[in-house]
Write a protein that binds this ligand. Sequence first.
Ligand code: GSH
Length: 241
Amino acid sequence: MALELYLDLYSQPCRSVYIFAKRNNIKFDFKKISLYGGEQYAEEFGKINMIRKAPAMRDGDFCLAESIAIMTYLSEKFQTPDHWYPANIHKRARVNEYLSWQHTAIRMQGSKVFWLRLLIPKMLGEEVPKEKMAAALEDLDGSLKLIEEKFLEERPFVAGDEISLADLVAIVEVMQPVGSGLNVFEGRPKLSAWRDRVRAAIGPELFDETHQIILNAQEMVNTMDGSTLQAFKPKILRLFL
Ligand SMILES: N[C@@H](CCC(=O)N[C@@H](CS)C(=O)NCC(=O)O)C(=O)O
C-alpha cells in the first residue's frame, strides 16, 4: 500500500508536510480531508487519527499524527538530505528549539489573527472588538520579532546556511495571516529576505502552488455560506475570543 498523507492545504502543518514530501520526491497518495467540511469527524478518519486533526499519515499498518512527528519519520525512513534535520548536535538542537517554541507562539498567534480578521466576522456577521484585534496583532508582532532576532539572528536560515524543518514549519505559519490580507513582511526586510530564501530553497513553483489556497482565502470566505462555520463556533470562540 502506498504511503498516505491526509491533508487540507488551508492548514499550516499540512502545508509543511506536503512541501517536505514533494521537495524530497517522496511518493504518497494525497488524501484530501476538508476541515471546514468537518471531515476530520468522520468515522473513517478517526481510525487514522483519533486526535481528529490534519495532517495525518498512514504507512501500511502504521498511522501517525502530528506534522513534526510525520516529517521526522519521513526524514528517517527516506534518508532525506541532512540539512532538513541535521545530525550535528548543535544544529539539530537549534531546529528542535524552534519546533518546540512555535506551537504556542507564532502558530497560535498567526492562526488567531487569521480567524479574527477573516473567519470569525463571517461566522458572527460582525467585526471582532477592536481591542481583541489590537492585542492579537501585538502578540503576533512579538513572535515575528523573535523569529528575526532570536531564531535567525544573522544566519540565513534557523540552523545555519541551509534550510531545515524549522524554516519550513516557520514559513507556513508566517504565511497564514498573510492569507487574511495582512502583509506581515511590510517593514520587516529581514523577515522578507528570509521568506525569499526559503521560497528559493523549496522551489518557487512548489512554494506558490502550496500557498495558493491560503492566499485565495479572502475570496473563498466572500463566497462561503457563513452557516458552514457554525459547527466550529463554540470551539473557536472559546479559543480565540
Ligand atoms: N500539532 C498539530 C496541529 C494539527 C492541527 O491543529 N490541525 C488543524 C488544522 S491547522 C486541524 O486539523 N483542525 C481541525 C479541528 O480542530 O477540528 C500538528 O502539528 O500536526
